[in-house]
Design a protein around this ligand. Structure first.
Ligand SMILES: Cc1cc2nc3c(=O)[nH]c(=O)nc-3n(C[C@H](O)[C@H](O)[C@H](O)COP(=O)(O)OP(=O)(O)OC[C@H]3O[C@@H](n4cnc5c(N)ncnc54)[C@H](O)[C@@H]3O)c2cc1C
Length: 647
């Protein structure tokens, strides 16, 4: 899609500019007095959580922001492949794919050896390796990502809309908090942030999640601190429409020149470009606002870095100068480290618990994935499906991810700045040193794509005794989707796309060589056990009034050719009767995509002789891999955190 030709305009590019409604201040509605989950902050972390929770019946959520209206422009823009996979689970990845800029290649520019005052192209690499994800790495304004979440929230069963113009002040927690999920032990206090108002409101909540950014008041109210380097790194960033003779203006570029560094990010719409201009380090206790840097100074600095190329800025959509430190909280909830008897009630997510430079484009991505990790856990506890001890896994899992991110960011910053130091001694940089810089970038592409994150063994991530049965589905990592064909209607599709953000567990059964109609096969026996044994996973945890796949969504992949399978021959649980009329669900069985030679068994290292079970968590991470006959081990995996049905 091409847009922004005649200047930057906010909103949906599919709507003609003439018909786009300007988003004004939102009505200030009274806050509810009592909710299940109170979310503070409408940034990417808060909106992901609200969108996830909006998917559930009976969970009362309020999301509150001090701003008077939704974000319109600016802030983060990079969307990693893994985040696109998450958007697919929310159902709007296709909208992002259509609107966004796709980062296909990254180009490196250096001082030209023969004339170091000028820059010269030094290398060019593919941005993400083939097969890493079915989704591209893309760039789209954070405000559009917010729009998609807001749209989803308003249409979901929970119909959530944010409460604007309220500033969170502090919270009080009842002493000796009951672990019962039906008590409301927290009272949060807000001030009306609209002009001239000073009224206070209180909201009682079962759980509070602080998604209120780097200066989080929720974090402060539970006595946590961001620790690490002080914010001495300053960045100038501008989204501009410009005329230039720089040949790589539509490629992501890392430019190191004698005059400084720029990270160039082409933007959606085909014309706009973002320039990150790295500014000098700040002195101790110095604030970047004190330096009074103007947009004219930023443009002038960028023009110097681009020499010998010209860049003539015609329109400035957004610009900012901000400072950032590499900082992290020890804990992402209100329970002291190692204290397992008490269940967490207050959580923090996103920039509230980790901050780092924008160089690797991780801020928005990691923040959204924090709350994607938390959302299903909160919903499961509130719905009485899981015990509150599950909530400890949020801080454990996400704090480790954030720690790795900070370490990566520190390393990356060191490499960029040592390249800058070499560059200061003009002409001394060897091509081997430059290549090392590029090699580091390529090596860590999986990390920045978000696909290499692996949760450590815990109550929801197994040790991996049977990992050999599916070597490409590494326990703890996200389920790496692969193509399959749906048996009932021969639709070619991605298996991972059945994992929606609906709080359900997916149990993928990869069949051994036996035919689907073979009633004596291990897969058929497992399916019968699910239905007939009153202690099976399905019967133990699925309410009798709910659809049979409402807690565990069981799907099978067969090795036979599609024409050799009669859908009516598959085990009953793979053709379940659902809904008011008991209609059959025909979408549970798949086979190998032979036409395009995409064999999921080969692609993901699945043992064809024995088959296996792959259990996928509601946040798309792999929980365990087990043999098809491991009936009791499957049950044992869920027992520590799931609550049997009482009716
Ligand atoms: C000005 C700015 C520019 C940025 N530019 C870039 C960039 O160029 N590239 C990049 O990668 N990243 C950038 N970031 C960082 C990136 O936007 C964040 O990493 C990402 O938005 C984190 O999401 P979050 O939801 O955790 O927090 P945020 O996006 O910061 O959202 C926090 C929300 O909480 C609200 N809030 C805060 N305090 C309260 C309170 N007391 N009561 C009620 N509401 C409150 C805020 O209004 C805000 O809407 C920028 C951030 C900011 C603030």
């Amino acid at each position: 899609m091409q847009y922004h030709l005649n200047g930057y305009t906010c909103g949906d590019p599919a709507v003609a500019v003439e018909h786009r409604q300007a988003v004004g201040k939102q009505p200030v509605l009274p806050l509810p007095s009592q909710v299940d989950v109170l979310i503070v902050g409408c940034g990417p972390a808060g909106l992901t959580l609200a969108a996830q929770l909006a998917n559930f019946h009976g969970i009362h959520v309020a999301i509150v922001d001090q701003k008077t209206k939704p974000l319109q422009v600016g802030q983060a823009d990079g969307i990693a492949c893994r985040t696109m996979e998450m958007f697919q689970a929310f159902g709007f990845a296709d909208r992002v794919v259509k609107e966004a800029y796709w980062v296909n290649e990254t180009v490196f520019w250096k001082p030209a050896p023969e004339n170091p005052v000028s820059i010269a192209r030094h290398g060019r690499v593919q941005d993400t390796e083939d097969g890493l994800s079915e989704f591209p790495h893309v760039i789209l304004n954070q405000a559009r990502v917010h729009d998609f979440f807001l749209d989803l929230m308003s249409k979901s069963v929970g119909q959530i809309s944010p409460y604007y113009a309220r500033s969170f002040k502090h919270l009080e927690m009842l002493e000796n908090t009951s672990t019962e999920s039906d008590s409301y032990p927290i009272t949060a206090y807000f001030e009306d942030a609209s002009e001239g108002k000073t009224s206070q409101e209180a909201v009682r909540a079962k759980y509070v999640v602080g998604c209120d950014g780097a200066r989080s008041a929720v974090r402060e109210s539970i006595g946590l601190q961001l620790k690490g380097d002080s914010a001495n790194k300053a960045w100038g960033v501008m989204d501009v429409l410009a005329i230039t003779d720089f040949p790589d203006i539509r490629f992501k570029c890392l430019i190191q020149s004698a005059a400084g560094s720029i990270v160039l990010i082409p933007r959606e719409g085909g014309h706009m470009v973002r320039l990150y201009v790295e500014l000098d380090d700040l002195e101790a206790n110095q604030r970047v606002s004190g330096k009074q840097i103007s947009i004219e100074q930023l443009i002038a600095k960028a023009q110097k870095i681009f020499i010998p190329y010209q860049i003539d800025v015609k329109d400035i959509a957004w610009w900012s100068v901000y400072q950032i430190g590499q900082r992290l909280c020890d804990k992402f909830d209100d329970v002291p480290y190692g204290e397992l008897k008490q269940s967490p009630r207050v959580f923090i997510a996103g920039d509230a618990c980790h901050t780092h430079s924008p160089k690797a484009g991780q801020g928005m991505n990691v923040s959204m994935r924090d709350s994607f990790n938390l959302g299903w856990k909160l919903a499961s506890v509130l719905q009485g499906k899981c015990s509150p001890n599950l909530l400890h896994t949020y801080s454990n899992e996400r704090q480790s991810v954030a720690r790795e991110l900070i370490e990566f960011d520190q390393q990356w910053t060191k490499i960029v700045s040592s390249a800058n130091k070499r560059k200061d001694k003009i002409g001394t940089e060897t091509s081997a040193e430059s290549e090392e810089f590029q090699r580091y970038f390529v090596k860590h592409a999986r990390y920045t794509a978000g696909t290499s994150i692996q949760y450590k063994p815990s109550m929801i991530s197994a040790e991996g005794e049977y990992q050999r049965l599916a070597t490409g589905f590494t326990i703890g990592t996200r389920f790496h989707s692969a193509p399959v064909v749906r048996v009932a209607d021969a639709k070619p599709m991605h298996l991972g796309h059945v994992v929606l953000a609906d709080g359900r567990w997916r149990i993928f059964l990869f069949a051994d060589e036996a035919h689907p109609s073979d009633k004596a096969s291990t897969l058929s026996k497992l399916c019968d056990y699910f239905l007939t044994d009153k202690n099976s996973l399905v019967n133990r945890y699925t309410p009798s009034s709910a659809d049979i796949d409402s807690v565990f969504d069981i799907r099978a992949v067969y090795q036979q050719d599609i024409h050799a399978i009669n859908i009516c021959d598959v085990p009953k649980i793979l053709l379940p009767h659902k809904g008011r009329y008991g209609l059959r669900d025909y979408e549970k069985c798949f086979c190998i995509d032979r036409k395009l030679n995409n064999d999921i068994y080969t692609m993901r290292g699945i043992d064809k002789r024995h088959g296996c079970i792959v259990v996928v968590r509601p946040d798309q991470h792999i929980a365990t891999v087990l043999p098809l006959d491991a009936h009791s081990q499957l049950l044992q995996f869920f027992a520590p955190f799931m609550l049997p049905i009482t009716t």
